[in-house]
Design a protein around this ligand. Structure first.
Ligand code: SF4
Length: 95
């Protein structure tokens, strides 16, 4: 089982060290190398978001993903398209 690349070497004091995704297969957070049909993508993202919804550092994670304009994957409970809408002011950024 792989961990998220960013989180793999996170110092224990970092919010990244407390992400629940460290304990699950990171492949649910990112699109596969092959073409992914919409129903598959939606199912994968639902599984990732379910992990994020229980994560104690969800807010910090979303802040990081928005501030770095992370282009791929589910971070802080939001997929890349949802974060893009937030950055464009077309969706509310959760408090
Ligand atoms: S919010 Fe999701 S992606 Fe972010 S650290 Fe938690 S489980 Fe990982």
């Amino acid at each position: 089982m792989a961990t998220l690349p960013l989180l793999a070497g996170a110092p224990p004091t970092s919010w990244q060290a407390h992400g629940l995704c460290r304990a699950v297969d990171s492949s649910i957070f990112f699109p596969p190398a092959h073409f992914e049909h919409k129903p598959e993508r939606e199912a994968r993202e639902r599984r990732a978001k379910a992990v994020c919804n229980e994560c104690p550092v969800r807010a910090e994670c979303l802040d990081w993903a928005l501030s770095t304009r992370e282009p791929h994957g589910v971070w802080g409970g939001h997929a890349e398209g949802e974060r893009k809408q937030m950055l464009l002011g077309k969706a509310r950024i959760p408090a």
